[in-house]
Design a protein around this ligand. Structure first.
Ligand SMILES: [Zn+2]
Length: 340
């Protein structure tokens, strides 16, 4: 009996060792250890074993059965491990295979510069205000102290929708709207599209972009204006940039000035870009808000004063990125836009 058990056990262990497929190991389990299995049936023949031998044989059967079960479980573990490894191998992603090239869009250089300008003025305590592109003649000209015979009012310079409405020729009407709706102190900038009846050439387009700023409070004077703009130019374009204020005429400011900045190419030494002058001309327009403009918006010009400034975002973008043709900003040529 003892030999029979040991032989059978060794036979089963060898079969387990030789098994090559996971399904077969389950078969072995059923074949020997199942209810009708060969090993189980030995227990039924215990009647032929003497009473003295029975406990020993019983113990041997249990130990052998445990050993067989242990080997079966070990084998199952091995199969599971192999299966997992194969699955990992199969499902591993090779990132270098089938690389898809995805073109991600990005912001237009004009919008980038507009945002940089807005962010700068926000850092100086200005708020950003938006206004409509279709404006009233009242806000675009009348309230800005523009004489009735001013050439900019001509049909040849302005896109009129009807006698009262037009496409705004500058962002200044947003200043009017702000002064009409807000009590001083006011400190705002507004950027956006503006429209003029211009022929397209290297530096002109009938649609372009401006940013304007306005500060209104008690005791605001010209030195506040110059200090603000000098800080802006040095911070935005570089510490070594110089400024030059030339007297000018705008209907809505008095006194008014145009601001030149050191040539971006030669930083003031003189080169062919600046025709040897060392200056980038007419980068900004500015001045003290005309008392008539303040009064037209219901602000007491004896108590309050203000300054305003404006500049072309297209021009700033062009000098900043050394672009010599404004058409490039509107052609939407990817080869151009992808450089920014
Ligand atoms: Zn130069």
């Amino acid at each position: 009996m003892k030999e029979l058990i040991i032989d059978l056990k060794n036979q089963i262990l060898q079969e387990i060792k030789d098994v090559k497929e996971k399904d077969k190991i389950e078969d072995i389990k059923v074949k020997y250890l199942g209810k009708k299995g060969k090993f189980t049936s030995i227990l039924r023949n215990m009647s032929s074993v003497s009473k003295e031998e029975r406990p020993k044989i019983g113990e041997l059967i249990n130990i052998s059965k445990n050993e067989i079960e242990e080997k079966i479980n070990e084998k199952i573990e091995i199969f599971n491990k192999i299966e997992l490894e194969e699955r990992i191998k199969r499902e591993t992603i090779d990132v270098t295979i089938n690389k898809k090239i995805v073109n991600i869009g990005h912001r237009h250089p004009l919008n980038q510069v507009k945002e940089e300008l807005e962010n700068f003025f926000v850092s100086m305590g200005f708020s950003v205000v938006d206004g409509p592109e279709i404006e009233t003649v009242e806000n675009n000209f009348n309230k800005l102290n523009s004489p009735l015979d001013h050439p900019s009012r001509e049909m040849s310079d302005t896109f009129y929708i009807d006698k009262d409405l037009l496409l705004r020729t500058h962002t200044s009407p947003v200043q009017i709207r702000t002064m009409m709706s807000t009590k001083p102190p006011i400190k705002m900038v507004s950027a956006g599209r503006t429209f003029r009846f211009d022929e397209v050439d290297d530096t002109h387009s009938p649609m372009f972009h401006q940013i304007e700023g306005l500060v209104v409070d008690e005791n605001i004077n010209m030195s506040n204006l110059i200090d603000t703009l000098n800080t802006f130019i040095k911070e935005f374009f570089g510490k070594d940039m110089k400024t030059r204020y030339r007297p000018h005429y705008f209907p809505f400011t008095e006194p008014s000035a145009e601001v030149d900045v050191s040539c971006f190419n030669c930083k003031g030494k003189g080169c062919n870009v600046c025709n040897g002058t060392g200056w980038s001309m007419e980068l900004l327009g500015c001045g003290m808000v005309h008392p008539n403009v303040l009064e037209a918006c219901g602000i007491d010009s004896k108590k309050y004063s203000g300054f305003a400034f404006g500049m072309g975002i297209d021009r700033i973008t062009m000098v900043k990125h050394k672009i010599n043709n404004i058409r490039l900003l509107y052609d939407n040529d990817k080869r151009f836009l992808e450089q920014f």
